[in-house]
Design a protein around this ligand. Structure first.
Ligand code: B12
Ligand code: SF4
Length: 455
């Protein structure tokens, strides 16, 4: 029996399908037994629930042989560390493997922790299956691409595994979770679900955790598969709204047109993250088709009001394009959420004022826009952007340090205690956000403001 754990990452009322664990479970061999335990569910106690299962199965012919945990940077890491520590103390013989963005980006502190035995970097499906062979003594851990492991107390991180698009993997086993409990009301619908139709992102923004973890590459599943999954949730479970979790939902126009055509009959209201430049390339006909298919709000990384700063971020975007997008969304009645990263380390004060002035201009073009504010805390890139300098050298060496409030604030990009961002500058941005009409987003919801119904 393999237990797949989703340590608490959000408030129970914001719980959403644990997609990472569902895709992993789907790819396990047919003879493997597995179960998902979700710490985001109301009254969940992951330690107790896991312990109960380990004890109940100890003397059966299907004992718990592996505990897998998905770990994102931020509050989920803060829940995962004590959970893994307690499980290891109580059940030292049960191996614990971590996967997800945190261990993918920062493998060394994870492998230094005595309570994590293995980690999986990047896409997890195939690596997890091969890890089962390692645990069964059928193969040496050094031969498993994407695996982090320990040898005589030393951390070993194997070469990465090239990753594949969603179509390479089995269909999502929706029957393995209680769908009903996850369909919660939001501003978009009474029964809001989530879905992800692609992996990675093709762009090259040099602050971004997605690029650091997966490189600059994106693969979409076929629109027919997206439609089939959504149709199942609509027809069987009455889902009436969906948030797409894709890092970037649109690339090519024919793909967007096909998706719009397939989604229209489903009658969903939907939200996605999109690139400003990509959507500006779409014809009015495609914009209209997307609106008709239910696209209600889209999240755009506008990042800065300065073209120079956008260049430094390798964003491949101009402020004129952002203004044009504001106009286009107004015309088609799609609400834009514009996200900005304040506080360029080279001139934080100038940057804050330039960007705030730009936001005012933008709000004049589309008064319905929502403002999302972040503070500039780039994710260190692992892929050579910094020449010979080790970009991770100044990040914490232990999980205990990573889980301090200072580093948690850094990971969420919400309250980074970085030298270039004095408190008064931060307050200046927060005061502005509070007064911008229609732009107020509670600071703890930030990019995931969409996950909670309006107060
Ligand atoms: C869903 C989500 C959330 C949800 C989680 C809800 C839930 N029920 O799980 C919520 C809203 C809580 C959330 C919050 C945050 N998130 Co978040 N989130 C995502 C999102 C949109 C989708 C993740 C997902 O499920 N993908 C679908 C699955 C199939 O893919 P996957 O998770 O990558 O899983 C694969 C591998 O990673 C691996 N894997 C994952 N887990 C495991 C476990 C094991 C055992 C193994 C073997 C493998 C494995 O295998 C999986 C299959 O290939 C991603 C963006 C993205 N599209 O990936 C951001 C993302 C992961 N989040 C991110 C961030 C920064 C945050 C926040 C810190 C942001 C903020 N300021 O609010 C917060 C705080 C997190 C917290 N509370 O701890 C970043 C992380 C990158 C970075 N810079 O470090 C991402 C990449 C967004 C981004 N573009 O910046 N998030
Ligand atoms: S477009 Fe978004 S997800 Fe893609 S690299 Fe840039 S910031 Fe990251």
């Amino acid at each position: 029996m393999i237990l797949l754990l989703n340590p608490r990452a959000t408030r129970p009322k914001n719980r959403r399908f644990p997609l990472s664990l569902l895709t992993l479970g789907a790819a396990l061999p047919p003879h493997a037994t597995w179960e998902i335990l979700d710490g985001n569910l109301p009254d969940a106690d992951l330690f107790e629930e896991t312990a109960r299962r380990v004890l109940a199965r100890a003397d059966t012919d299907d004992p718990v042989t592996l505990v897998g945990m998905t770990v994102m940077p931020g509050p989920q890491l803060v829940s995962a560390v004590p959970l893994a520590r307690r499980l290891k103390e109580r059940f030292p013989g049960v191996p614990i493997v971590w996967g997800g963005y945190f261990p993918s980006l920062y493998p060394n502190p994870v492998l230094r922790a005595p309570y994590v035995d293995f980690l999986v970097r990047g896409q997890g499906e195939r690596t997890l299956v091969e890890l089962l062979d390692v645990l069964a003594g059928r193969r040496h851990p050094a031969t498993v691409a994407g695996l982090g492991w320990k040898e005589g107390g030393e951390a070993r991180v194997n070469p990465e595994r090239p990753w594949e698009g969603p179509d390479a993997f089995p269909a999502l086993p929706w029957n393995r979770i209680d769908i009903e409990t996850y369909l919660q009301p939001t501003a978009f619908g009474k029964r809001n679900g989530v879905y992800q139709a692609s992996i990675g992102c093709l762009y090259t923004c040099n602050f971004c955790g997605v690029i650091a973890a997966l490189g600059s590459l994106q693969k979409f599943e076929s629109p027919a598969r997206t439609e089939a999954n959504l149709r199942h949730l609509v027809e069987r479970h009455g889902m009436d709204a969906v948030h797409f979790y894709d890092n970037n939902f649109f690339l090519k126009e024919p793909h967007a047109e096909e998706l719009a055509a397939r989604m229209t009959p489903l009658g969903l209201r939907w939200w996605c993250e999109a690139r400003i430049d990509a959507m500006l390339r779409f014809s009015d006909r495609t914009w209209e088709a997307l609106r008709r298919s239910g696209l209600t709000m889209a999240y755009f990384g506008a990042e800065s009001g300065s073209d120079e700063t956008l260049k430094k971020m390798s964003k491949n975007l101009t402020t004129d394009q952002t203004l044009a997008l504001a106009e286009k969304t107004r015309r088609f009645g799609i609400v834009p959420e514009f996200s900005f990263m304040f506080g360029d380390p080279d001139d934080p004060e100038g940057d804050v004022e330039t960007t705030l002035a730009f936001v005012e201009k933008l709000a004049a073009v589309n008064p319905d826009m929502k403002l999302i504010t972040y503070f500039y805390t780039p994710t260190p890139q692992r892929r050579g952007t910094y020449g010979n300098v080790d970009p991770l050298s100044s990040t914490p060496a232990t999980l205990e340090e990573w889980t301090t409030p200072e580093w948690t604030g850094w990971m969420t990009h919400e309250d980074p205690l970085v030298p270039w961002l004095p408190r008064k500058l931060k307050e200046r941005v927060e005061d502005f956000a509070r007064t911008l009409k229609g732009g107020l987003v509670p600071s703890d919801s930030q990019a995931y403001g969409h996950l909670r119904p309006p107060a």
